[in-house]
Design a protein around this ligand. Structure first.
Ligand code: ADP
Length: 488
């Protein structure tokens, strides 16, 4: 009862019945209103009139007595009401004088016309009943009028005899067609839906090999497509999650193993000299530090994943933040023999954001640049006004280096969590990361409504560009707190 087939069938049958009913009513009204009933009566009257003309041709009707006798005779023989009128329609004799008086309003066809034609029409009697009549000219200035009461019964009868059957047959055909159509349409619509239900169940059980069918009407096809996209997304998300977990475990395990090994050596006395002990303790310290940074990175990501609540937004004095981020690497750059430069144009607008988080981004980018640029190279941090998005002003900050560069195939992936271009190369570095830095930076920039892009030419250098809108669309905090355009 609840199936699509049944519902469609019920809907079609109902619709057909309503249409047939409407057609029936319309036909009935049409027949009721058009003088079909009259036509039936008229044809009978015509028959009578013809018969009468043949069997009892009218005598001279100018004398009233003759007229009365004639109508009485006709009425008796043919069992109809007959009248004699003059050519203005005035009644001169009536076979039923006791009946309500009839008034005609016609002019008879002229008696000298070549073919005397009958006049057919409707007339009302004194009691307002309708009559149909057939009037024949009968000699000079006289006509014989056969009348019959107009009856609706004839219409009903005609309807019942001639139209009810075809209408019922139409209903039956409509019901049969409805059944066939509903089965066909239900298959067309429900078929793919049933397959989709099977696919969805399979997806729920982790089986992604069975794509949903993309067939049927457009809406159902769109559903199938969406289901397939969703399955793909779920699969990717699960894979990402698995990779992430594997990466986390691996990144935690490596320093832990190292810490455990060197601690064991200390416990077992395998490091006998104070220098060896110092070295072991140093390694334990730096590995513990690496663990701390890793856990902090993971916590950062978790917080950023949770949404924008992780940001403490306020007016950011960008030149100040940039200066601080660059200055803390001054010594390291010098030691490595690198030129570290900062260029901030005057009049850089104040933007709305989380100063600490943005400092973390710039620190990470400068740190990376220094790590991947050999001695004699240059790291350049520069800021500029830019478009912060459609209809938004913004600033862009570029961190460019003359370092080793990033291979094109890696360039698209460096923002992925735990992605590292060359693990062995990185591990050797003093402050080896876990491949989370750029992922975190990107999340922070995007939480500010901005973008982080990387360009690089292998062997020439890399450039990371942070583009930030001054404020998110609809955010008026900045406008209220401090007028834009003031440089810090
Ligand atoms: P990590 O913590 O390992 O530095 P990041 O997410 O910061 O991880 O960087 C991801 C990878 O991108 C690194 O493995 C590194 O090889 C590469 N990379 C980042 N910045 C630069 C740069 N300025 N020049 C060359 N390679 C870079």
């Amino acid at each position: 009862m609840n199936s699509l087939t049944f519902r469609l069938f019920a809907a079609f049958v109902l619709l057909s019945l309503v249409v047939i009913l409407l057609v029936g009513v319309a036909l009935f009204l049409l027949i009721w209103q058009t003088p079909l009933g009259d036509r039936l009566a008229v044809s009978e009257l015509n028959d009578v009139a013809r018969l009468a003309a043949r069997q009892l041709p009218p005598p001279d009707l100018t004398a009233d007595r003759a007229a009365t006798a004639y109508v009485n005779q006709l009425a008796k023989v043919f069992e109809v009401r007959v009248l004699v009128v003059n050519d203005n329609g005035r009644v001169l004799a009536d076979s039923h004088p006791q009946a309500a008086r009839l008034n005609f309003n016609f002019r008879l066809a002229r008696a000298d016309a070549q073919v005397p034609t009958a006049r057919v029409g409707r007339a009302r009697d004194a009691q307002l009943n309708l009559w149909v009549y057939v009037a024949y000219p009968a000699g000079a200035n006289r006509g014989v009028v056969f009348v019959a009461p107009q009856t609706r019964v004839a219409v009903l009868q005609y309807f019942g005899e001639n139209l009810l059957r075809p209408l019922a047959a139409a209903g039956l055909v409509a019901a049969l067609l409805s059944a066939v159509l509903s089965i066909v349409i239900a298959r067309w619509v429900a078929g793919p839906l049933q397959h989709m239900a099977v696919s969805a169940q399979a997806i729920a059980q982790g089986n992604y090999a069975q794509p949903a069918p993309v067939s049927g009407p457009d809406e159902v096809q769109a559903l199938g497509q969406s289901l397939n996209i969703m399955a793909q997304d779920v699969q990717t998300a699960q894979q990402t999650q698995r990779d992430f977990l594997a990466n986390v475990s691996h990144e935690l395990k490596t320093p832990l193993t190292s810490i455990q090994g060197f601690a064991q050596a200390l416990v077992d006395g395998a490091a006998p000299t104070p220098e060896a002990q110092q070295r072991a303790a140093g390694i334990i310290f730096s590995e513990a530090d690496r663990l701390r940074r890793l856990v902090e990175g993971l916590l950062d990501l978790a917080r950023l994943d949770a949404g924008r609540t992780a940001l403490h937004r306020g007016p950011v004095d960008l030149p100040l933040v940039l200066r601080a981020s660059v200055e803390k690497f001054g010594l390291r750059a010098k030691e490595k023999g690198l030129a570290l430069q900062l260029s901030v144009p005057p009049g850089l607008p104040t933007l709305l954001g989380d100063a600490d988080r943005l400092a973390q981004v710039f620190t990470n980018l400068v740190d990376n640049a220094l790590k991947h640029t050999p001695a004699g190279g240059r790291v350049m941090v520069s800021a500029a006004n830019s478009a912060g998005g459609p209809g938004l002003n913004g600033v862009s900050i570029a961190v460019a280096d003359t370092g080793e560069g990033i291979p094109p195939e890696d360039l698209q992936r460096i923002f992925e969590r735990f992605y590292q271009v060359d693990k062995s190369r990185n591990r050797a570095a003093t402050r080896a990361g876990a491949g989370l830095g750029l992922a975190i930076s990107k999340e922070i920039v995007e939480a500010h409504g901005g973008t982080l892009r990387a360009e690089s030419v292998l062997g020439v250098g890399s450039k990371f560009t942070v583009s930030l809108p001054l404020a998110l669309p609809g955010d008026e905090t900045l406008a209220k707190k401090r007028p834009a355009g003031k440089s810090g």
